[in-house]
Design a protein around this ligand. Structure first.
Ligand code: IMP
Ligand code: MG
Length: 181
């Protein structure tokens, strides 16, 4: 009953698949930013696992910082109105910033965040997300690095939660309907 694996209906990406993709993205980022290492900005809490694994696949001396944001809105849909719960500790003036995110659904949170960081004087603001849902394609948001494109299902694990749980699953899976209905 308290075994979280039994709440998973099926696995989308296992440990090995995630590690292989992180290695590819890390190599790509290392080559793209070879001239000037970026400041990685992880979006708490979902991006903790991606940040930890991706950063170790990057061969450049990157810096890391964190933000926590919450989108106002009812239920599970984000509204696009964003509140900063925890702000950066670093000055990003003239820095290349790479936002590290767990998943892009509507894209509203990230388009707000990118604009916000640009107005602070960042030299560039790019986005790396582990997962992207089809909705994101509808918003004018250019995402440079995408781990996997997925169907519009609710996924958990590897940082992603349902009601704050399942972040520690070592894979990405789909939650059983019986858990939330
Ligand atoms: P949006 O792109 O503004 O709609 O918001 C994306 C945020 O919603 C992500 O950072 C997650 O916190 C959350 N989210 C969206 N889809 C999922 C999912 O399938 N599982 C877990 N969290 C999700
Ligand atoms: Mg998130």
């Amino acid at each position: 009953m308290s075994d979280m694996h039994s709440d998973v209906s099926h696995i989308l990406f296992d440990k090995e698949a995630i590690a292989a993709r992180m290695a590819e993205l890390g190599a790509q980022i290392s080559s793209d930013y070879a001239d000037e290492p970026p400041l990685l900005v992880g979006v708490l809490k979902g991006a903790i696992m991606v940040m930890a694994d991706l950063a170790r696949e990057i061969t450049l001396p990157v810096e890391m910082d964190w933000m926590a944001v919450s989108s106002y809105g009812s239920g599970t849909k984000s509204s696009g109105v964003v509140r900063i719960l925890k702000d950066l500790g670093e000055d990003i003036t003239d820095r290349h910033v790479l936002i590290v995110e767990d998943i892009i659904d509507s894209g509203l949170t990230l388009s707000w965040l990118r604009e916000n960081l640009l107005t602070r004087g960042a030299k560039s603001v790019e986005i790396c997300t582990l997962l992207r849902k089809p909705e994101a394609a509808k918003v004018e948001i250019d995402v440079r690095y995408v781990g996997f494109d997925i169907d519009p299902e609710f996924v958990i694990g590897y940082g992603l939660d349902y009601a704050e749980r399942y972040r520690n699953l070592p894979y990405i899976g789909v939650l059983k309907e019986s858990v939330y209905s």
